[in-house]
Design a protein. Structure first.
Length: 156
């Protein structure tokens, strides 16, 4: 006797299997919202202060997606509780609960001015040009011993 499953049952089993695999590998990717970023900037308890007056939402999104995929990143640069380099990585790490972001001491130039997180502007325009995004993908892939294509597959 040959037994075939109803197509609807087949579909349900397929969907169930996918959910189990997603939960098993704990890689449920959540979209980053502007509201979550704004809430963090307005109400968050950050231990570092910014030295720039704005953040770019598309950059935060790209970093967030890489961080929830558990990729590695260069350390941020800090001096006397101020972020010298790495504002987007810092905020994306908090939002994604990424715990591997390191900190290295840096020098604060006289051009660096302290700002408050609450006063930062969240820009919806992408600050990076397509060729810069491509360069960052290549650099992040190299940093993680991946090809750019492998990195793209991981974060999608």
């Amino acid at each position: 006797m040959h037994f075939t499953l109803n197509p609807i049952i087949n579909l349900l089993l397929s969907v169930t299997l996918r959910i189990i695999l997603i939960l098993k590998f704990d890689k449920i990717k959540m979209a980053l919202s502007k509201e979550a970023v704004i809430d963090l900037l307005q109400n968050g308890d950050m231990d570092l202060e910014p030295t720039q007056e704005g953040l770019c939402f598309p950059i935060l999104e790209r970093l967030y997606n890489k961080m929830i995929s558990n990729l590695s990143f260069p350390d941020i640069q800090v001096c006397d509780g101020l972020i010298i380099n790495g504002h987007h990585r810092y905020i994306a790490s908090i939002l994604s609960k990424y715990e591997k972001l390191g900190r290295v001491p840096s020098i604060k130039s006289s051009a660096k001015k302290q700002f408050e997180w609450k006063s930062l502007i969240l820009d919806e325009q992408d600050w990076d040009k397509p060729e810069e995004i491509e360069r960052f993908i290549g650099a992040d892939a190299l940093y993680n011993n991946l090809t750019p294509l492998q990195l793209i597959e991981i974060i999608e």
